[in-house]
Design a protein around this ligand. Structure first.
Ligand SMILES: [Zn+2]
Length: 423
């Protein structure tokens, strides 16, 4: 930015005459005053009664960048989530969520209680801007003032945190869902204040199933209960979104029974992997290959990890336990995943028990015969696989709960027969 542009921006910001501001600025710079200091002193000169602090210029939400130190925005409050965090030994109650105008949405964290309500139109004066995962985020603190506007700002975004489970992403706050508790268990963990009881399990609605953690056990969370959970936040847990309930979450039993789907949403592999994982998903593709580490394997008795030659990476030489597993490549033309079959699913595709596999390997004097037999049965066929998709730096894995060969439809068979007859 050259002096002319700088002077013009400053003049319009301060409502002062452009030529006058430019002359003053040039004068200060000629005396080797650093440009930021020169701008500050002109703000004091023209600001008039601003108490010395500079008032940031008003911006549209979509114009806020991580380069801004502070901004003033007029926006609609979309969501408000309340949470306690511990900072340097003290507990703070903070408010988090999203604001929006017609240009964009932006996340915020409020360190004071500004009485923010979903749906309200507010002008947030002098909010700090910080960068979070490459995006600007507003910080509302002691130097911020919030004014509720009388006129409602229309925005092209949903107001309030009402969501279906398949809409949730890690980072969402102030979320409200209506769900069935599909599974729940009580656990004791090592919390920051010693042993703490928490609840964890699985929630379900018409659209999806997701894991949850209740850090402040609510007694209404019992298996099969249909509930409205208001003010939850979403975190990532093993590559999938997880619903978190806090002491501020309100749990209300519903009159109606929330319908849940028995099937998982079916998606194409490429987009599902790009979306970063899913707790319950169905993928269909061709089984291209059975990978190393399949068939008859050994696990560490301490940590259950797969070991090579009796050596565990964490526990050294151990007496390994025999197990069955398959790692196979599934491809549908849009992408690939590694499908992982557990003991039972592997036994089913192998067509025998662990004992059968051990005997098979002894007879052949080669444990690889088990993986080879499985590969012969599955490679080249089309499969429908349901399970947990996790995506990390090591790749995309689908831990299968269902693994089923896709039968040709009657129509496909007829078409194949017809082409044979004509050949
Ligand atoms: Zn181990």
């Amino acid at each position: 930015m050259d002096i002319d542009q700088r002077a013009e921006a400053l003049a319009s910001d301060l409502g002062a005459d452009k030529e006058e501001v430019r002359a003053d600025l040039q004068n200060l710079l000629e005396y080797d005053v650093p440009v930021d200091e020169a701008v500050q002193s002109l703000r004091r000169k023209y600001g008039g009664g601003g108490g010395g602090g500079s008032t940031p210029s008003a911006k549209a939400v979509g114009e806020v960048t991580t380069e801004d130190a502070s901004v003033t925005v007029t926006a609609r409050v979309l969501t408000v989530g309340k949470r306690t965090i511990r900072y340097q030994g003290d507990d703070f109650t903070i408010f988090e969520g999203e604001l929006a105008d017609d240009s964009a949405t932006i996340s915020y964290t409020a360190w004071n209680d500004f009485d923010l309500e979903p749906g309200a139109t507010v002008t947030v004066g002098n909010a700090g801007v910080r960068e979070w995962e490459g995006e600007p985020e507003l910080n509302l603190g002691d130097s911020t003032d919030v004014t509720v506007e009388g006129e409602t700002l229309e925005v092209p975004y949903e107001v309030g945190g009402e969501a279906a489970l398949d809409d949730l992403s890690p980072g969402d706050r102030g979320v409200t869902v209506e769900v069935v508790v599909a599974e729940v268990e009580s656990r004791t963990i090592d919390g920051r204040d010693g042993p703490t009881d928490i609840l964890s399990g699985v929630l379900a609605d018409e659209t999806a199933r997701l894991p949850f953690t209740d850090w402040n056990p609510h007694p209404d969370l019992t298996e099969g209960a249909s509930l409205r959970l208001a003010d939850c936040y979403v975190r990532e847990f093993r590559g999938v979104p997880s619903v978190n309930l806090s002491e501020f979450t309100t749990v209300t039993p519903l009159e109606r029974t929330v319908e849940v789907s028995d099937s998982a949403p079916r998606e194409a592999i490429g987009p599902a992997v790009a979306a970063g994982g899913a707790y319950d998903i169905e993928l269909v593709g061709s089984l291209l290959d059975v990978r190393d580490g399949s068939g008859l394997i050994q696990r560490c008795p301490e940590c259950n990890r797969v070991i090579q030659n009796g050596q565990c990476r964490s526990h050294g030489q151990v007496d390994g336990e025999d197990d069955l597993r398959v790692k196979a490549i599934l491809d549908d033309g849009t992408g690939t995943v590694t499908v992982v079959l557990d003991h039972d699913l592997t036994a089913a595709v192998y067509g025998g028990t662990l004992e059968d596999a051990l005997e098979h390997a002894r007879d052949a004097m080669d444990k690889e015969v088990v993986a080879a037999t499985i590969a012969e049965r599955v490679v080249g066929d089309e499969y429908r696989v349901r399970g947990v998709l996790s995506v990390d730096e090591y790749g995309a894995n689908l831990d299968a709960s269902e693994f089923e060969r896709v039968e040709e439809s009657a129509e496909d068979r007829a078409r194949a027969l017809l082409s044979e007859v004509r050949a």
